[in-house]
Design a protein around this ligand. Structure first.
Ligand code: CDP
Ligand code: MG
Length: 203
């Protein structure tokens, strides 16, 4: 029996409508799978307004963070940032996200693995595609910028959502999956990834 540590986690992924429409579901999931993350739940969904509203339960703190980040980026480019405060900017993004996620089918999945939340975020890249490093999903397959999305009063088209924390992952999984839809898989590759006794010489 494989002994797995306390840092074995599950994380919630959504391939957003732009990722589905561009035919990138397979490519995105292949990247997560080949790192060793395991799919334990999967479905294509036409999201409801209620699901989207719950999924993006954006706090005051989040609004302040995105406002500061986007403002700094625009100002560094010498571009105007026309939003009066974090509530105006955060509200625009929230409404846009709720609309965006309902605009076409999305694919929801739960991935499992050692420190799955942080490892998935590493493979996904930064929020703004233009600032995402090459080799990341957003960096390699998307090209949107704050400058363009802000000028069009819409959220960034960045292909994928991935939970930011373990707590966030728990809340988000409950929005998109019933507990019985999340399976448990004992894969033959598990000992190669995680087995304590693997690659030890027989004594
Ligand atoms: O998705 P991620 O965790 O990287 O970013 P977030 O801060 O949790 O924001 C959620 C989503 O809001 C992002 O993925 C973007 O689609 C959108 N967003 C945006 O369009 N413009 C911003 N300045 C910040 C976020
Ligand atoms: Mg987030």
């Amino acid at each position: 029996m494989l002994s797995l540590g306390k840092t074995m986690e599950q994380t919630l992924i959504l391939v957003k409508p732009d990722g589905v429409e561009r035919g990138l579901v397979g490519e995105i999931f292949a990247r997560l799978q080949r790192a060793g993350l395991k799919i334990v739940a999967l479905k294509m969904v036409k999201a409801t307004a209620e699901q989207c509203d719950k999924h993006y339960a954006l706090t005051e703190e989040w609004m302040k963070g995105v406002y500061d980040k986007a403002k700094a980026k625009m100002e560094s480019l010498g571009q105007p940032f026309p939003y009066p405060d974090h509530k105006a900017y955060g509200g625009m993004i929230k409404d846009g996200l709720v609309e965006f996620l309902q605009a076409g089918p999305i694919v929801a999945a739960v991935f499992e693995g050692e420190q799955a939340v942080a490892q998935t975020r590493k493979l996904v890249g930064a929020t703004e595609p233009a600032s995402s490093a090459p080799g990341t999903i957003r960096g390699d397959f998307s090209i949107d910028t704050y400058a363009l999305s802000n000028s069009q009063n819409r959220p960034l088209r960045n292909l994928i959502h991935a939970s930011g924390t373990v707590e966030e992952a728990k809340n988000e999984m409950a929005i998109w999956f019933k507990p019985e839809e999340i399976v448990s898989i004992n894969a033959t590759v598990d000992p190669v990834l995680y087995g304590a006794d693997r690659y030890r010489l027989a004594k």
